[in-house]
Write a protein that binds this ligand. Structure first.
Ligand SMILES: NC(=O)C1=CN([C@@H]2O[C@H](COP(=O)(O)OP(=O)(O)OC[C@H]3O[C@@H](n4cnc5c(N)ncnc54)[C@H](O)[C@@H]3O)[C@@H](O)[C@H]2O)C=CC1
Ligand SMILES: O=C(O)C(=O)COP(=O)(O)O
Length: 644
C-alpha cells in the first residue's frame, strides 16, 4: 500500500490552493467572484451565513458562468508553483538550468526605488509608464501583478484582457477609485493598497494649500514673476480663531485637524463612521454634514470617492455654506461638482478654492475651474514627497510580493483579512473542506441541479473564535470547480456561489471536547438532489458526508448513515455491499490485476452482516473494465468512483 503524503505538505499545498486556482484546472475559463463576509455568532448552534437567494436558477455540470464577461480567465492571486503559464519566464542558474518560474510585475507609474528593488528581487519588473489603455490591455496578459498609482485606470477591460493571468493589482497609495473593484473581484484578482505611507504627505499638502490660499501665495508669486508688485490686491485672511470643517475624519483628515489646531483654528469634523473618542482626543467636535458646511470658514475634504460622496458638493450644498467660505480638496475631484463650484466661486459663496485633485486628471487646459483667479491648483501632488513615495513603494511592494506568495495581505481591499496564525491553524481543515465539497458534488446525479448546501462544523471552540470563511470558501471551491468552468479562490467564492444560484448556509455545533483543535468535524449536505450513490443519502434525503482531520490528514468519516474512515488522498471508490467475509479481498484483487494501487481501505456498516460501505482509497483511476468488474461482484449493490 502506498503511504499518504505528509500532512504538512498537503496543508501547505492546499493553503496555496485556497488562495489560487488549482493547477489542474483549465486556466482558460471565465469566472465570477466576490468577497467572503465575516459571520458573527452568539449561540451554540447557529445559522451563520447564507449566500444567494433560493430563487436563483439551479446549476448543473453543463452550466457555464453567467459572468458579464465572456473572456477567458484563470483566476489566481497566488501560488507561482501552481501557475502553469508558458508566459511566465523561468529563472535559470549559471548553467542554464531552470529553477523556478518568476512572476512578471508591471509597474505602470513611477514608483520609489526601494520598492522596485524589492520587486526585482522577486520577479521580473517591467516599468512601462504612461501606457495608453490599449497598450495596457495588450501587455496585461503577460503579467502576474500590476502596480499603479492614481493615473492608471484599471478597468473591466484590463481584467478581461488579462485572460486570468493577473493575480494582484497593487495600488501604490490610498484611493482605489481608479480600479474597478467589482471586475477585479469577479475575475478573482486581489486588490491591495498602501494605505498608510502617504498620510502625512497628504495632510501636509492640505495644510500647505490652506495656508497658501489664505495668503494668496500662488497668485502673488505669479504676479511678481509677471513683473508686478501688488501689495493691496493680495491681502489675505487670518487662520487663527477661524472654523475649519474636516470632511472625512480618517487618517489624512485627523492629521489635518491636528495641524490646524496647532495653527489656532477651531476644528470640527463630519464623518459618519469616525469614532467620537478619536475626535475628542484631538479636541475636535464631530458634527452633522449640515452643521459642518453651514458653520465653517474653511472646509477641507478628506473622504474617499464613493457612490455616496460623488458630487456631494453641488449647487444645493454650496447654497448652504457660509458666504465667503474657502474650500480645500486633496481627496478626490469627483466629490465636487466642478461646474457648481465655478458657479459658487462666481457668486462669491466660495471665496477661494485650493484643489489638488480633479474629476478628470489632468483637467482640460481650458478648465474654467483651473483658470479661475480665486482657485489655487496643484497637479495631484498630495502624496508626492520623497519620503511618502519611498514608503508607499515599499508598502505596496511588500503587499504584492506577499500576495504572489500566497499570503493574505493586511491591506487587501477585496478579500477578507485572515491573520497568518488563523490560516496556519486552519490549513488541514481547509484541505478537508475542499475535498468534502469535491466529493459531495460528485455524488450528485440527475438534472435537478444543486441549489442548497449546508456546511455543519462541530467544534469545541467558542463560536466567535472560529472564523469559517476560509472553510466555506473551500467547500464552495470543491463544489463548483468540478462542475463548471469557474475557478474559485477566496476572493470570489461567495460571489461565484451567488452567480450559480448556489445557496450555502453554515451551522456550527459546539461540542464538549478539547478546544485545542479548531474543528472536530465538517459535514457537507446537499439537499434536494438525486445521488448516484444512494447510500450517501441521509434519512432526510440529503447527500451527506462528513470528515475530520486526524494527525493533520483529512479523513472521510461518514457517508450518509455509514461510518467509514479513509484518508482523503488520491481517489476514492465507495461500494455498498452485503456485509460478508472476503469482500475486501475480491475488490482488492480486481484493482491489483489492473495495477491500481490501494492506499487505504475502510468498511463501515450499520448492522453486522447486513449492509456495509467499503471506502477504498486508490492512487490511480481504474479503467472502465475494472470498474465494470467491481460492479459485477454479486454482493456489491452499488459503487462509485470519485476523484479527490
Ligand atoms: N491628493 C493625494 O495625493 C492624496 C489623496 N488621498 C485621498 O484622501 C482621502 C482620505 O484618505 P485617508 O485619510 O487615507 O483615508 P481613510 O480611509 O483613512 O479616511 C477616509 C475617511 O472618510 C470617511 N468617510 C467615508 N464616507 C464619508 C462621507 N460620506 N462623509 C464623510 N466622511 C466619510 C471614512 O469614514 C474615513 O474615516 C482619500 O480619498 C484618498 O484617496 C490620500 C492620499 C494622498
Ligand atoms: O494615495 C492616494 O489616494 C493618492 O491620491 C495619491 O495618488 P498618487 O499615488 O500620487 O497618484
Amino acid at each position: 500500500m502506498a503511504s499518504t503524503s505528509s500532512p504538512h505538505a498537503a496543508a501547505t499545498a492546499h493553503l496555496n490552493s485556497l488562495l489560487s486556482s488549482s493547477s489542474s484546472v483549465n486556466h482558460n475559463r471565465p469566472s465570477n467572484l466576490s468577497f467572503l463576509h465575516a459571520s458573527s455568532n452568539s449561540s451554540s448552534v447557529k445559522l451563520l451565513h447564507s449566500v444567494s437567494a433560493s430563487f436563483s436558477p439551479s446549476f448543473s455540470s453543463s452550466s457555464s458562468s453567467s459572468s458579464s464577461s465572456s473572456s477567458s480567465t484563470k483566476t489566481i492571486f497566488n501560488a507561482l508553483k501552481t501557475v502553469e503559464s508558458a508566459d511566465i519566464s523561468l529563472s535559470r542558474d549559471l548553467h542554464g538550468v531552470v529553477s523556478s518560474p518568476k512572476p512578471t510585475i508591471l509597474v505602470s507609474e513611477k514608483l520609489g526605488e526601494a520598492g522596485l528593488d524589492l520587486l526585482r528581487s522577486f520577479g521580473h519588473v517591467d516599468c512601462s509608464y504612461d501606457l495608453s489603455p490599449q497598450d495596457l490591455c495588450a501587455k496585461i496578459s503577460q503579467c502576474d501583478a500590476l502596480i499603479v498609482r492614481s493615473g492608471t485606470k484599471v478597468t473591466r477591460e484590463v481584467f478581461e484582457a488579462a485572460q486570468g493571468r493577473l493575480k494582484v493589482v497593487g495600488r501604490a497609495g490610498v484611493g482605489i477609485d481608479n480600479v474597478d473593484l467589482q471586475a477585479a473581484t469577479e475575475f478573482g484578482c486581489l486588490v491591495v493598497n498602501a494605505p498608510t505611507a502617504n498620510t502625512i504627505a497628504a495632510a501636509e499638502h492640505g495644510i500647505a494649500l490652506l495656508t497658501s490660499m489664505a495668503r494668496n501665495v500662488a497668485q502673488a508669486d505669479a504676479s511678481m514673476k509677471a513683473g508686478k508688485w501688488l501689495r493691496s490686491k493680495y491681502v489675505g485672511v487670518s487662520l487663527v480663531g477661524k472654523t475649519l470643517a474636516v470632511m472625512g475624519f480618517g487618517k489624512v483628515g485627523s492629521e489635518v485637524a491636528r495641524r490646524a489646531k496647532g495653527l489656532g483654528m477651531h476644528v470640527i469634523a463630519h464623518d459618519p463612521y469616525a469614532p467620537a473618542d478619536r475626535a475628542r482626543a484631538i479636541g475636535v467636535d464631530l458634527v452633522s454634514f449640515e452643521k459642518a458646511i453651514g458653520t465653517a470658514d474653511f472646509i477641507s475634504l478628506h473622504m474617499p470617492l464613493t457612490p455616496a460622496t460623488n458630487k456631494v458638493f453641488n449647487d444645493d450644498t454650496f447654497a448652504k455654506m457660509k458666504k465667503g467660505v474657502r474650500l480645500i480638496n486633496v481627496a478626490r475631484g469627483g466629490v465636487i461638482d466642478e461646474d457648481a463650484l465655478v458657479r459658487a466661486l462666481n457668486s462669491g459663496i466660495v471665496a477661494q478654492a485650493a484643489l489638488d485633485v480633479f474629476t478628470v486628471e489632468p483637467p482640460p487646459k481650458d478648465s474654467k475651474l483651473v483658470q479661475h483667479e480665486n482657485v489655487t491648483v496643484t497637479p495631484h501632488l498630495g502624496a508626492s514627497t520623497k519620503e511618502a513615495q519611498e514608503g508607499v513603494a515599499i508598502e505596496i511592494a511588500e503587499a504584492v510580493v506577499g500576495a504572489l506568495n500566497g499570503e493574505l495581505s493586511a491591506t487587501a481591499v477585496n478579500a477578507p483579512m485572515v491573520p497568518p496564525e488563523v490560516l496556519s491553524e486552519l490549513a488541514p481543515y481547509v484541505v478537508l473542506a475542499e475535498k468534502l465539497g469535491r466529493l459531495a458534488v460528485q455524488l450528485v446525479t440527475g438534472g435537478s441541479g444543486i441549489q442548497s448546501v449546508k456546511v455543519v462544523y462541530k467544534s469545541a471552540r467558542d463560536p466567535d473564535s472560529l472564523d469559517t470563511r476560509l472553510l466555506r470558501a473551500m467547500v464552495t471551491k470543491g463544489i463548483i470547480e468540478p462542475i463548471s468552468d469557474t475557478i474559485i479562490n477566496l476572493v470570489n467564492a461567495d460571489f461565484s456561489a451567488k452567480q450559480k444560484g448556489l445557496r450555502i448556509s453554515e451551522e456550527r455545533i459546539v461540542v464538549d471536547s478539547s478546544p485545542e483543535y479548531p474543528v472536530q468535524s465538517i459535514q457537507v449536505n446537499i439537499s434536494n438532489v438525486q445521488s448516484k450513490f444512494a447510500s450517501a443519502l441521509s434519512e432526510k434525503g440529503n447527500i451527506s458526508i462528513e470528515g475530520r482531520v486526524k494527525y493533520g490528514i483529512p479523513h472521510l468519516t461518514r457517508v450518509g448513515p455509514f461510518s467509514v474512515d479513509v484518508s482523503l488522498d488520491g481517489n476514492l471508490i465507495l461500494c455498498k455491499q452485503v456485509d460478508q467475509p472476503g469482500m475486501i479481498g475480491k475488490v482488492g484483487n480486481i484493482l491489483g490485476e489492473s495495477n491500481v494501487n490501494v492506499s487505504f481501505m475502510s468498511v463501515g456498516r450499520t448492522v453486522k452482516r447486513k449492509l456495509a460501505i467499503m471506502a477504498i482509497g486508490v492512487d490511480e483511476e481504474p479503467d472502465k473494465d475494472t470498474q465494470k468488474k467491481i460492479g459485477e461482484v454479486s454482493a456489491i449493490e452499488e459503487f462509485v468512483f470519485l476523484k479527490l
